[in-house]
Design a protein. Structure first.
Lengths: 168, 504
């Protein structure tokens, strides 16, 4: 069972993740309850106050998460299998990190140019494609979106300096 | 036969050729969405919703609901040819569908699945046609207490009927309610949970959440599994289609059973996914060929598809009549109604006859059109699946980002979408259900205001929820649902002494 391959793949167990997520839920529930209490979670002369309903929502969330956590702590058969193996996790990051960069790029240079860069980078980095295949896809898709949104349906998308230069 | 005359009126709405065009566009897009990983009925409709703001509501709902039908059909293609369920409700279709494809009977499996889908949907739409006006008329007498009771039943059903841990269902659901409460309180105008941030004033839009949870989350999951699409080729010719159709009438009893299971699960928010599994299990138990299930039995392909499509279609019944969607995709359609300025609920049947009956008529036509489209274009869609993931994934992510942005023309929503994507990924891995979260996010405001109105009427006494037999029985049923996991655990423990059955 404890071969080298499995050791290097080890990250965190499902049980640990379950407890961590339950703790996050509990923290969130406390925030919800505290803020609801601030705006008033009781009965006013004219009916329930604004925090009345969310306060109890927070309370249920808290109790449910305590339930999940206790279940994971007292169980005789804890789920100690890996939450995610190291290598697949790297794969996930390889998508997530460029996408975060893409989201930042959109606010800087507009969605169309950012999409060209994002698709091209993705195809080059993960797909190992050559330029003659990358370019038509990377330029074609944003162009199609442009025609569909700006021209056809008249829905504006975020634009940057390049589009301004073309008069949009 | 008031329903029939209304239905004929609905078909006359469809006589506008543009609506027929929208229907076919919707179905083609829907099949595409159903086939692609990361795009499904719920987020596909969510992404395209902003494009319909300038259309008339009737055209818009026809196009969007056609996308939904298309996505229901499309899920079967990937399940059978690639052993990859394009949608959660087509997981059960892979059990027998893919073995059939491996034996070279892909054409039969696909025909069986599509026809099964069609039959399920047809059964459900018949039910909608005749039941919806009755329920709507009945629901016109509902007060806030009754409405809150129905909301309560909806959410408690998730706890009682879900596969997941009841604690996790509750946590996911309350997260949805809490997110729905962020922003300006509609009654008092007070700010709730904004923490001084201007961006949070708008609150969380469920469309952005849906695109993140189902779209980005799904892409991350697919990436982790490192999918390489290796599929069987699809050959469908008229001969295979007619041969398969000739075999179907023998399954009428099973199909009826699956359709009933599907409709029940669709109206109560069990949804299409459990319906398909349940129907597969029942078919395996009752069929003469039960032991061949899993090895490529046509019956095992047809039954889950009948149930999934019946559930997917009948999910519109509570949405139209009570304003309570039975599935995440129906929830997105309901969000669409609100954006187009229509108030979902029983009054829709009185005030917006054209809209309601146009929609119902389009379900009939849409499913016939869908069946024709998928039977004729399967090879085309199967070819799309052969495009490598490293090309498809960035395109889908770009489309998701565009979709999230267009909801409110807000750049921050793209970041919110990414956060929901990560949340969706972690939730999927830890078995937190996404459907209750989405439904709570959509219905949060309405559930809360009906609760507050009911409380106002009774001056804060919970006894209003047992003030008449109707509301009392709904609330009691809801509480039974809520505590069902606990009840069944106790029952299992009591019988454990006598029998050696393991408690779940």
């Amino acid at each position: 069972m404890s071969s080298d391959v499995e050791k290097t793949q080890k990250t965190v167990s499902n049980r640990t993740m379950d407890i961590v997520v339950a703790l996050i839920f509990m923290a969130l529930a406390v925030v919800v309850m505290a803020d609801s209490w601030r705006v008033g979670a009781r009965w006013a002369a004219d009916g329930p106050q604004a925090g009345y309903f969310p306060f109890y929502i927070g309370l249920i969330m808290f109790i449910a998460s305590v339930g999940t956590m206790v279940q994971n702590l007292i169980t005789k058969t804890p789920d100690l299998t890996n939450f995610v193996d190291r290598e697949p996790f790297m794969q996930v990051l390889k998508v997530l990190v460029p996408t975060i960069v893409y989201a930042v790029l959109i606010t800087l240079i507009g969605i169309y140019v950012a999409s060209v860069i994002f698709i091209a980078f993705f195809m080059w980095w993960l797909g190992k494609y050559k330029l003659p295949i990358i370019l038509p896809v990377a330029i074609g898709v944003p162009l199609a979106l442009f025609v569909m949104f700006e021209v056809w349906f008249l829905v504006p998308l975020p634009k940057g300096p390049l589009e301004t230069a073309f008069g949009y | 036969m008031e329903a029939l005359t209304s239905l004929i009126g609905g078909f006359s709405v469809l006589a506008d050729p543009m609506n027929i065009v929208y229907m076919f566009v919707g179905i083609a897009l829907g099949v595409l969405i159903g086939v692609l990983p990361g795009l499904g009925g719920a987020n596909g409709v969510a992404i395209l919703l902003p494009l319909t703001f300038s259309m008339s509501p009737v055209s818009a709902i026809i196009m969007l609901s056609s996308i939904y039908w298309g996505a229901l059909f499309g899920g079967a293609i990937t399940s059978i040819l690639f052993n990859i369920p394009g949608e959660p409700w087509s997981v059960a279709t892979t059990f027998d569908g893919h073995p059939m494809a491996q034996k070279g009977k892909a054409g039969e499996a696909l025909t069986g699945a599509f026809t099964g889908s069609f039959i399920g949907a047809f059964f459900a739409v018949l039910l909608i046609t005749f039941l919806a006006p009755v329920i709507a008329k009945f629901a016109l007498q509902f007060g806030p207490a009754e409405f809150f009771a129905v909301y309560l039943l909806t959410f408690c059903s998730f706890v009682g009927m879900g596969r997941e841990s009841p604690f996790k269902v509750l946590a996911a659901m309350t997260l949805g309610f809490a997110l729905a409460a962020v922003g300006i309180d509609t009654v008092t105008g007070q700010l709730r949970m904004t923490f001084g941030s201007v961006e949070l004033l708008r609150g969380f839009d469920f469309l952005v959440a849906v695109i993140g949870l189902f779209g980005v989350g799904e892409i991350l999951l697919t990436m982790e599994e490192g999918l390489a699409f290796k599929g069987k080729s699809a050959k469908i010719n008229p001969k295979v289609v007619f041969q398969t159709w000739a075999r179907l009438p023998a399954y009428w009893a099973g199909m009826l059973r699956s359709a009933i299971v599907g409709c029940w699960m669709g109206i109560t928010p069990g949804g299409a996914t459990p319906a398909s599994f349940m129907s597969y299990g029942l078919a395996k138990k009752f069929s003469k060929n039960g032991k061949n299930f899993g090895k490529g039995e046509l019956e095992g392909v047809v039954m889950p598809e009948v149930a999934a499509h019946a559930a997917g279609t009948s999910a519109l019944l509570p949405m139209l009549t009570l304003g309570i969607p039975g599935s995440p995709t129906a929830a997105v359609l309901l969000g669409g109604l609100l954006i187009w300025g229509l108030q979902p609920g029983p009054l829709l049947f009185v005030e917006q006859k054209d809209f309601v009956w146009g929609l119902i008529a389009s379900i009939y036509l849409g499913n016939i059109a869908g069946l024709i489209v998928v039977l004729t274009t399967v090879p085309l869609f199967a070819a799309i699946l052969r495009i490598p993931f490293s090309v498809i994934a960035p395109i889908i992510l770009v489309i998701c980002a565009v979709g999230a942005y267009t909801v409110h023309n807000a750049g921050l929503d793209i970041a919110v979408m990414l956060v929901f994507g990560v949340v969706g990924y972690v939730f999927k891995k830890l078995d937190y259900p996404l459907a209750p979260l989405v439904l709570a996010l959509v219905l949060g405001d309405m559930a809360e205001s009906s609760f507050r109105q009911a409380m106002l009427v009774s001056q804060g006494h919970l006894s209003i929820f047992w003030s008449n037999p109707l509301v009392g029985s709904i609330v009691t049923l809801a509480l039974v649902m809520l505590f069902w996991p606990a009840i069944s655990a106790i029952k299992a423990r009591m019988t454990k002494g006598t029998r050696h059955a393991a408690a779940e």
